[in-house]
Design a protein around this ligand. Sequence first.
Ligand SMILES: CC(C)(COP(=O)(O)OP(=O)(O)OC[C@H]1O[C@@H](n2cnc3c(N)ncnc32)[C@H](O[C@H]2O[C@H](COP(=O)(O)OP(=O)(O)OP(=O)(O)O)[C@@H](O)[C@H]2O)[C@@H]1O)[C@@H](O)C(=O)NCCC(=O)NCCS
Ligand SMILES: Nc1ncnc2[nH]cnc12
Length: 286
Amino acid sequence: MHAINLHAKPLSLAERLADLAVDALIDEADLSPKPALVDRRGNGAHTDLHLGLMHASALALWPAFKEMAEAAQTTGEVGLPLREAIGRIGREGEQAMLTTTNGVNTHRGAIWALGLLVTAAALQPKSTVALCAARLALLDDRYAPKPLSHGAQVAQRYGARGAREEAQLGFPSVLQRGLPQLKRSRQNGHGEQNARLDALLAIMTELADTCVLYRAGEPGLHAMQSGAQAVLDAGGSASLSGRRRLHELDQQLIALNASPGGAADLLAATLLLDRIERDGIVQGAF
Ligand SMILES: CC(C)(COP(=O)(O)OP(=O)(O)OC[C@H]1O[C@@H](n2cnc3c(N)ncnc32)[C@H](O[C@H]2O[C@H](COP(=O)(O)OP(=O)(O)OP(=O)(O)O)[C@@H](O)[C@H]2O)[C@@H]1O)[C@@H](O)C(=O)NCCC(=O)NCCS
Ligand SMILES: Nc1ncnc2[nH]cnc12
């Protein structure tokens, strides 16, 4: 008879990072009440998305995040070989997502943002993780197809460069808005869920979200940014008047069909960096 081995093999760095990325996506999806987004209450402004699909999509992305981190460990430095390796893995991840969701785009922006951050974290950079991710995002992947995506259409119409620019600038919405607000609201004793909602709102106050621009144009973007600011000014999601403003914002964005999917991805990026630092995976992560 064989003894049962109760000592599980320790997770590799790549596996731990993939776990954290998937956890961040699931935490983002579950967070409620998010304005016009899929959450525990319902589908927000979406007809083709629901919470189960968001969870399934997040889980389907685990192998892609792990492979990106492994590619970083193998190549060991920021450069075109690593950029093109994660581009290929990212496209395979998109296919896995589309297979899981029957063709619905749940996490395209998240594969991009969290993929870059996971890759950067696996390099254990001497600079910050976000800066290292930005250096990767600035490299041109020669094999990337150039589809007329919603983001590309919005760039033509409004000049907003969306997810690409956010990454190339080193994730300012995460570092200057999401993370500071998350910490402030925690310090003020607002509770974890309210702190995360406040972080999402802080991201929404300034983001040129191409998802909102595509669906609802500049009036939609203005409603998102000013409405999010109004919730924070009223005391944030932990206060009664903040909650009232949040409810109004939810109704207003749903009426405009304006879903802040880009802001949701950047909240997941915020939660990921927060966990990377708190778990001590990279010292001085940001
Ligand atoms: C470089 C890419 C990011 C491509 O970018 P591009 O702008 O050309 O393309 P899109 O695919 O349209 O947009 C990217 C998604 O990024 C999110 N996003 C939007 N604004 C921002 C922002 N300012 N900063 C950061 N992130 C942002 C957003 O994702 C969320 O929304 C998705 C739903 O959007 P959409 O498809 O428009 O869907 P709906 O309106 O709901 O559609 P209908 O129902 O109307 O049909 C959802 O997925 C959220 O994630 C944008 O959509 C990059 O994608 C790329 O090059 N990929 C190739 C492979 C690769 O290199 N991978 C990376 C390896 S690390
Ligand atoms: N919770 C969410 N609802 C709708 N679109 C999203 N894209 C990323 N997260 C989302």
